[in-house]
Design a protein around this ligand. Structure first.
Ligand code: COA
Length: 182
């Protein structure tokens, strides 16, 4: 079973690699090719270095016994106040050959745990409508509360906001939440 822990600066290159790889596999045919081709692990490393530095504890990784990053997620205070959620999941990505093994569930519940620790009772996230991951969120109890159209590289894509209104209750009922190892 992978270890779920807070990310450190030492993890950012591996996080960026998983980030770029999963974007390319997940969004091929959904987002314009040039958006995916132009993604750069170097730029994503710089982004994740800033995020981990500014928000220690808000990026969580799943690592194997050799400390290799298999997946990651990030969370924090909701970016806009159109929904009364408080917390937001900004990203959750499991590398393609590790999907469907329960890692995403552990990451999501650990992000919920982190948000509750930071005083958020509820949270939401945005997912593109054509991304089958929305069924993962439904499986974990998320409910659609809003929709919007986003623009990526000149293409308009529909997105839905999934929300969890009672994170402590979700953590209790889903049972397998663990505090990320600091
Ligand atoms: C979405 C993602 C994080 C889920 O993680 P995962 O490790 O593959 O999912 P898990 O194995 O923990 O699945 C948990 C449950 O959700 C279900 N599930 C997961 N993905 C699903 C899908 N695409 N469709 C239907 N059900 C799904 C699983 O069957 C499992 O159900 P169970 O309760 O019966 O066991 C992962 O697949 C991923 O990184 N996908 C590509 C990137 C992505 O789209 N990220 C989200 C961006 S908004």
């Amino acid at each position: 079973m992978p270890l779920i822990r807070a990310a450190s600066i030492a993890d950012v290159q591996a996080i960026a690699r998983v980030d770029v790889e999963t974007w390319r596999t997940t969004y091929a045919g959904i987002l314009p090719d040039h958006v995916l081709v132009e993604m750069s692990p170097r730029h994503r490393s710089a982004f994740w270095t800033r995020f981990v530095t500014r928000h220690p504890g808000d990026v969580i990784v799943a690592v194997d016994s050799r400390n290799q990053v298999l997946g990651f997620g990030s969370c924090g205070t909701q970016r806009d106040d159109c929904l009364p959620s408080g917390g937001e999941i900004f990203s959750i990505y499991v590398q393609p050959d590790q999907q469907g093994l329960g890692i995403g569930r552990q990451l999501l519940l650990s992000l919920f745990f982190r948000l509750v620790q930071n005083g958020h009772k509820a949270c939401m996230l945005w997912v593109l409508d054509r991304n089958p991951s929305r069924f993962f969120y439904e499986r974990l109890g998320g409910r659609v509360v809003a929709r919007q159209t986003l623009s990526y590289g000149g293409r308009e894509v529909g997105a839905s906001a999934y929300a969890w209104a009672d994170l402590p209750e979700t953590l209790n009922s889903r049972g397998r939440a663990r505090s990320p190892t600091e």
